[in-house]
Design a protein around this ligand. Structure first.
Ligand code: BES
Ligand code: MN
Ligand code: ZN
Length: 510
């Protein structure tokens, strides 16, 4: 595990294996960003010349390594592009200074390039606590690698020790906050990357009990017997085809002075084969990531507890393995769900919504101020918004925009999507209250949202985040995002909880 600390000393005197600086593009060529001036001086003012010789322009996330040849204690300097310089300094107003996501991504890309290096100092712009936090977070998330299943080989380990160079007021707390978030995201990435042979519903529940217990969460697990007795027909139906039975996990955190309660519900399909409506192989091999929503909910609850936020938070992990077998649910089966409504299963591959409605119905019993479900729900989300932008739907316009804004502040792509009333008709069932699938594929991200909304009682504020694309990076690493599990939406959920806590951990903020 990579560690981070803060140091206010001079960038050029620090003992480290690598010094990371930021560089801007300008019409006159690359120019060091704040924090990078010392390196330029140590190189006799020739940094721009060196970078230009290397073909480096300062474009966002561009990375180049330079040997320092004794000019400073660090043998290697790493220049990372920050694009155009911001117009104004941060002290001019809250909107000025660096875009925090630019800093996170730059720190991530630079640290990622340093795999195999023992330590690195980040001399990126960190003139405010928020900038220092962004640098620390990007660096820690960029240092991720999933090595549990590798036996030896020549893969280089991530940087072990990061030092953020900043003298900003509050930087110490800000960097600690970043470390808590990074720990949570790292755990979620590990859960998503773990093969389904080692992460089935009961195992996930065990991890929630162990890790959640240590963090002070109260964790309650409903096994397949309880689920059946208590009428969780959706979760039972999806899970009944697997030898690994389903679980519903409730993780709860409360603060004695909290006045508000948030509820998060996560889709936790530890493997989605499609069930009897079997997926083709090419769509199946990455369906170990179909528990990314439950992962994000659990990671967020951990971070909320560790940060001691002044809010009550409850998370539901709707865990099942969707498999075909002699005991699997069949297309045309009708489920009696926890809400009391019946659902005709026209397609067993539309399973996420079946487990979520039981989680949502249970969450309403907690009487939260808001319910947010997060789910790798539809391929249509990827068609509509691509790999990096989640779709946000809600029964409340202000809530939807609030979540889009909060996600944007964390650098997590999210975009508001409608729930058009005319799509409800397509979900009519010939035999039950509703069908789990509309006959046509057009608008199926929205139809899934409309299906879920039917299970939210009137007066309950609810939002649905479809993160099918963002949960898993099938492409190359970028910024602080590795290949594979991304931990997407974990930080957004924490930020939502902070928002409901009154924006922070300090008593006077509420
Ligand atoms: N887990 C999938 C959705 C998914 C697809 C997630 C690609 C990540 C990447 C979900 O359970 C599913 O199979 N959805 C179907 C629904 C359809 C049958 C209505 C889909 O999107 O094709
Ligand atoms: Mn499916
Ligand atoms: Zn699924």
């Amino acid at each position: 595990m990579t560690t981070v600390r803060i140091n206010a000393s001079d960038a050029v005197s620090i003992e480290t294996s690598a010094l990371i600086i930021g560089v801007h593009t300008t019409p006159e060529g690359p120019r060091p960003a704040p924090g990078g001036e010392g390196l330029d001086q140590a190189l006799d003012g020739r940094l721009a010349e060196i970078l230009t010789t290397m073909g480096f322009t300062g474009k966002a996330e561009e990375v180049v390594k330079i040997p320092t040849l004794g000019a400073l204690p660090a043998p290697v300097a790493v220049a990372v592009g920050l694009g155009d310089a911001p117009q104004a300094a941060p002290q001019d107003g809250p909107e000025d200074g660096y875009d925090l996501e630019t800093l996170r991504r730059a720190a991530g890309a630079a640290v990622r390039s340093l795999a195999g290096t023992a330590s690195a100092a980040l001399a990126l712009p960190a003139r405010t606590a928020a900038e220092a936090e962004a640098v620390a977070l990007g660096g820690l998330l960029g240092a991720y690698d999933f090595t549990r299943y590798r036996t030896g080989g020549d893969r280089k380990p991530p940087v072990g020790e990061l030092t953020v160079l900043s003298g900003a007021a509050g930087a110490e707390e800000a960097v600690a906050h970043a470390a808590t978030l990074a720990d949570a995201v790292t755990l979620v990435r590990d859960l998503v990357n773990t093969p389904p042979s080692d992460l089935w519903p009961a195992r996930f529940a065990e991890i929630a009990q162990e890790t959640g217990g240590e963090a002070g969460l109260s964790v309650e697990v409903l096994d397949e017997v309880r689920l059946k007795e208590d009428g969780y027909g959706g979760i039972v139906g999806v899970g009944q085809g697997s030898v690994n039975p389903p679980r519903l996990v409730r993780v709860a955190y409360s603060h004695p002075e909290a006045s508000r309660k948030v509820a998060f519900v996560g889709k936790g399909i530890t493997f989605d084969s499609g069930g009897l409506s079997l997926k083709p192989s090419a769509s199946m091999d990455w369906m170990k990531s179909d528990m990314g929503g439950a992962g994000a909910v659990f990671g967020a609850l951990l971070a909320i507890a560790r940060l001691g936020l002044r809010v009550n938070a409850v998370g539901y992990l709707c865990l099942a393995e969707n498999m075909p077998s002699g005991s699997a649910q069949r297309p045309s089966d009708v489920l009696h769900t926890y809400s009391g409504k019946t659902v005709e299963v026209l397609d067993t591959d539309a399973e996420g919504r079946l487990v979520l409605i039981d989680g949502i119905a249970r969450a309403t019993e907690d009487e939260p101020d808001v319910i947010i479900d997060v789910a790798t729900l539809t391929g249509a989300q990827i068609v509509a918004l691509g790999w990096r932008t989640a779709g946000v739907m809600a029964n409340d316009d202000a809530l939807r925009e609030e979540i889009v804004r909060i996600a944007g502040e964390q650098g997590e792509g999210a975009w508001g999507m409608p729930l058009p009333a005319e799509l409800r008709k397509g979900l009519d069932s010939a035999v039950a209250d509703i069908a789990n699938l509309q006959p046509e594929r057009w608008g199926s991200m929205l139809a899934a949202g409309i299906f879920l909304r039917e299970f939210v009682p009137a007066g309950v504020r609810w939002a649905h985040v479809d993160m099918a694309g963002p949960a898993f990076n099938k492409g190359e690493p970028h910024g602080y995002t590795p290949k594979g599990g991304t931990g997407a939406l974990t930080r957004t959920l924490v930020a939502v909880a902070e928002h409901y806590a009154g924006n922070g951990t300090s008593p006077q903020a509420v």
